[in-house]
Design a protein around this ligand. Structure first.
Ligand SMILES: [Zn+2]
Length: 159
């Protein structure tokens, strides 16, 4: 049996694209400019979906009601990203958290900030599941109607 070296084909793909956020997505993003995190409620299962969605993916019915949820929440889980990969919006290390916002029934994903990441082991001891976090907003004049109008969520210091 002869050994054949595999042929490696290498190229860099660049695929810039845009899409419409749709009626619900557009309102959701515009509300961020006003410092409001909005959800939509499913008329059948009553869950509040955040980010707002046009339909409930569980019940397959259109959502009908807009609901403002809190910009505070509970950290459900997180990961500390400490390696580089393509198209990161931040340089590692950084934390991505899954947050249960007050008043929402699905989790929300965003960065967790104001945690010292100079020592990853120490940072992971500082973070704990169930800790309270709060959105840190850009100043109103700098908001653009996108997810980064919220810079990150910070741990709420217990008194
Ligand atoms: Zn539903």
């Amino acid at each position: 049996m002869s050994e054949t070296k595999p042929k490696i084909v290498k190229w860099d793909m660049h695929l810039p694209y845009r899409w419409s956020a749709g009626i619900v997505g557009t309102r959701w993003l515009e509300e961020l400019k006003n410092g409001r995190i909005m959800g939509t409620r499913c008329p059948k299962c009553k869950r509040v979906l955040v980010p707002a969605r046009k339909f409930c993916p569980r019940c397959f019915v259109d959502t009908t009601e807009w609901v403002q949820v809190g910009d505070k929440g509970t950290l459900r889980t997180y990961t500390i990203v400490n390696f580089n990969f393509t198209d990161q919006v931040k340089n590692p290390p950084y934390i991505v958290g899954i947050i249960d916002l007050d008043g929402a029934d699905v989790s929300f994903t965003h960065f967790i900030g104001e945690v010292d990441l100079s020592n990853i082991e120490k940072a992971s001891k500082e973070l704990r599941l169930g800790m309270r976090v709060q959105a840190v907003w850009k100043p109103p004049e700098k908001r653009e109607g996108n997810i980064f109008d919220i810079e990150y969520f910070k741990p709420i210091k217990e008194e």
